[in-house]
Design a protein around this ligand. Structure first.
Ligand SMILES: Nc1ncnc2c1ncn2[C@@H]1O[C@H](COP(=O)(O)OP(=O)(O)OP(=O)(O)O)[C@@H](O)[C@H]1O
Ligand SMILES: [Mg+2]
Length: 291
């Protein structure tokens, strides 16, 4: 009975709530470009007129802040302590990209208690109406907290490169998410390639592996070439799309951003809401802690 009431309330809300696309950027292997991709796609999508927020789920390291040279006064820990609303801590990055700052030393989300969970849900709920896209940059590796973030997002973007271990690690991660967590659809971006055309070849290799052994659908979003301008931008703590817009990586990010903006609307289910992102994240954690 209680479930039915909850569902009815949820369905009523669906008409009122604007769907937003929630993308998790993941990889099997570290240092493969996830944070750069999250930041630059965020800027590229913002330049296309989307209202984009970037959430640094690598809580504890504050990667995104560093990459954009942001030194926020407040961060997610203030929201967790109930001192600030999410809107109050958001920093505005290039092209109006909204950055939700992490902070060094913040406890991991799975360690939060119930009232802290409720605070995060409320916080995301309050800024939901302003957003078209939420990009979640995850920490490397298959930890419980990373999996919980990934499961909470509607769409998963797997980053690969042409190092053999990167492909094998990506396959292992997809396999785990598919077999143990029932995820079936994955977008793929190839990074740090000599030529953009190599991306297709790499994608085909990965598709061959998944096709043979798993029941998943992969969608190729495109490739980002190896680019010294991206490295220069990292040193200058800026997004390459912002400061070197004509560079080959910036062009690639804009192409991929365009492709993402042309993806069919995220389905008009409960999954199109930010609070759903958070609720799923927490549900998963509760299940994990009970198990
Ligand atoms: N397309 C590219 N061309 C050249 N260098 C790149 C490219 N993409 C990433 N890099 C380099 O790789 C480094 C690591 O990138 P990034 O921090 O985005 O990876 P990550 O996957 O988020 O790492 P972590 O696992 O630590 O979270 C960057 O500092 C940058 O120097
Ligand atoms: Mg990173």
């Amino acid at each position: 009975m209680h479930d039915n009431l909850d569902q009815a309330a949820g369905l009523r809300n669906i008409n009122k709530i604007k769907p937003i696309r929630v993308l998790a950027i993941i990889s099997g292997k570290g240092g493969i470009g996830k944070t750069n991709i999250a930041v630059n796609l965020g800027v590229a999508l913002s330049q296309l007129g989307k209202n984009v927020a970037l959430f640094d789920a690598d809580i504890g390291l504050a990667n995104v802040d560093t990459l954009l040279g942001i030194e926020p006064e407040f961060n997610i820990s203030h929201v967790l302590k109930g001192q600030k609303a999410l809107n109050d801590i958001i920093e505005v990055g290039p092209s109006n990209l909204k950055v939700i700052p992490a902070s060094s030393g913040v406890q991991y989300i799975p360690e939060l208690n119930n009232s802290e969970h409720a605070l995060i849900i409320k916080a995301f709920d309050e800024c939901r109406d302003d957003l078209d896209v939420l990009i979640v940059d995850t920490a490397t590796g298959i930890s419980n907290s990373v999996v919980s973030f990934i499961k909470a997002c509607q769409e998963v973007v797997v980053v690969i490169s042409d190092e053999p271990t990167a492909l094998v690690d990506a396959y292992a991660f997809i396999k785990l998410l598919n077999c143990e967590h029932e995820l079936f659809k994955f977008h793929v971006i190839a990074n740090m390639l000599e030529s953009v055309d190599d991306g297709q070849i790499l994608f085909k290799k990965l598709s061959k592996m998944t096709h043979q052994y798993l029941d998943v659908a992969l969608n190729y979003l495109g490739a980002v070439p190896f680019d010294d301008y991206l490295r220069k931008a990292v040193k200058q703590q800026a997004a390459v799309v912002d400061i070197y817009p004509q560079s080959k990586s910036a062009q690639a990010f804009r192409r991929i951003g365009q492709k993402i903006s042309e993806l069919p609307d995220c389905s008009f289910t409960a999954a199109g809401h930010v609070e759903f992102f958070v609720e799923r994240m927490l549900e998963y954690e509760i299940q994990e802690s009970v198990a």
